[in-house]
Design a protein around this ligand. Structure first.
Ligand SMILES: [Zn+2]
Length: 307
């Protein structure tokens, strides 16, 4: 009987340890255009649907970028948080057709269709926009509809964040860092008054030289002040847990939204390397051996539970 009891205890503890791992990595998928081809900056419509299906079937749960920032992650117990990010604000991400409907074969159209056809999946994402880029990357390529699109995205829980005014290489144009970040915000405020942007994705994933890095985090251009809580790269890596000392909030890793990105996730799932939520945004659940990895932010407003 004792042997049976010990065996059950072992099984239960194994299941628990496999199910919850809040020191694991969080994938931040990066997409550009959704179109008829699979290339570096384009994901085919059906491939994108397949990506969503893969994420859904493998227990991922979309969270907002604010949840990554604060660490208050609301993914249900046993789910793996994932962030869907879309760069360059092209019309292939969000288009209204002649009847005023959201076009089906766009990022937003596919995400909404997927949300309707599944249980528990929420179509939320972050759009890193370039309002001063050439059409159709100038805030989704239909200037007359800027306000309607901005209002719609916010009402549905999406985030509209900074990808610079016109996708400037910030190492090359380091004389324009404040202008590129500040005017991106003031342009969007023309149709979304009081909108703030607290998250920046680096164009091309290129960071300026070290002395210029503080200018990405905080600055002023004319009357526009900005402060970026998170800055994202394009490294094709899974982000560290926001509770980990490894997590660098001014250089957050993102994974490419393509075949290779999905393969990387398959490997990470097998190795049990991903964040698996305990279902409580205020509690951090990790193994005892992981406590040495906890970062300073975890001392503020979180209960730490170990197993
Ligand atoms: Zn970009």
């Amino acid at each position: 009987l004792i042997r049976v009891f010990l065996f059950c205890f072992f099984v239960v503890s194994q299941i628990f340890s496999e199910q919850v791992n809040e020191m694991g990595g969080i994938p931040i998928m990066t997409y550009h255009r959704i179109s008829d081809s699979d290339t570096e900056y384009s994901r085919n419509y059906q491939s994108f649907r397949n990506d969503l299906q893969f994420l859904y079937e493998n227990g991922f749960h979309p969270i907002s970028i604010v949840e990554l920032d604060t660490g208050k992650i609301t993914a249900p117990k046993g789910k793996i948080p994932v962030i869907l990010s879309f760069d360059d604000s092209s019309i292939q991400q969000f288009e209204y057709d002649a009847k005023g409907q959201i076009s089906k074969n766009t990022a937003l159209g596919i995400m909404e269709e997927f949300e309707k056809s599944t249980k528990g999946w929420k179509a939320i994402s972050v759009f890193f926009v370039t309002p001063g880029a050439k059409s159709p990357n100038n805030f989704f390529g239909q200037p007359d509809l800027n306000k309607k699109k901005a209002d719609y995205l916010i009402s549905k829980g999406h985030s509209i964040e900074n990808h610079t005014l016109w996708h400037a290489n910030m190492r090359k144009y380091n004389n324009r860092i404040e202008e590129q970040i500040g005017v991106c915000i003031s342009e969007v405020r023309k149709y979304l008054p009081n909108h703030d942007m607290k998250y920046l994705a680096m164009p091309f994933g290129i960071f300026p030289k070290d002395p210029d890095l503080p200018r990405l985090i905080q600055g002023t251009y004319k009357t526009t002040n900005y402060k970026n809580n998170l800055i994202f790269d394009y490294s094709n890596r899974v982000s560290d847990s926001p509770y980990s000392q490894q997590f660098n909030r001014y250089h957050v890793k993102r994974l490419h939204g393509n075949e290779n990105g999905i393969k990387a996730l398959q490997r990470a799932i097998k190795k049990n390397e991903l964040f698996i939520s305990d279902g409580n945004p205020n509690t951090i659940t990790i193994s005892k051996s992981q406590t040495v990895l906890l970062s300073g932010i975890t001392k503020k407003g979180f209960d730490i539970q170990t197993y």
